[in-house]
Design a protein around this ligand. Sequence first.
Ligand code: PEP
Length: 244
Amino acid sequence: MRPLIAGNWKMHGSLTEAASLAEAVQAGAGGAAELLVCPPFPYLVPVAGKLSGGAVALGGQDCHAAAKGAHTGDVAAPMLRDVGARYVILGHSERRANHAETDAAVRAKAEAALAAGLVPIVCVGESEAERLAAQAEPVVTGQLDGSLPDGFAAAGGVVAYEPVWAIGTGRTPTEAEIAAIHAAIRANLKTRFGAAGGGLRILYGGSVKPANAKAILALPDVDGALVGGASLVAADFLAIAAGV
Ligand code: PEP
């Protein structure tokens, strides 16, 4: 399957910076990996204007579970689709922590994404305390069971394994630890979705940078990366993608 290298720009940058970052990513696209950028909501339209020819996909960082309505400050999945997004990141640990998003809430959002024709990228991952207590695998598979909607596989949904303690810290699990969790995720997807679960992409996220990307991306069942900090520097993001 074609690896996916996704950039989560979070709440960073200005309009000018978003536009020039998008331009630079677009200029460097064309390798083996599919590239995706997920800018803050106000920058989706101007970034879309910098992406041509479908070489770099556009995604949102969240959506509401409802298709429309009285939800001040929220953004609906059809709105993301309307401005050219193909993907939406859901259940990122920062949303789970800062907005008290439960697995059920993430699942409802993923259902809304599917209904709008968006591919959900559902994030799962254990805290450091959970890893130290040898609970990483049951935590992650529990999150999958609760967060993935039934239509996930048919729509080519993406899972991102992001250990919370590795996000933005410069720390990563060992390669063996990443491979073990990705194998558990793959087994969970196959059990739930049958053969289709074998074809879904599982991304690793958490302090991916050019120096460690190649080794991580070579691991079994690592089908791409979700990149935070390093996606804000086009050369780094493209170097990570070159490692597939
Ligand atoms: C993320 O927040 O999705 C992420 C992986 O961040 P970073 O690459 O900065 O650790």
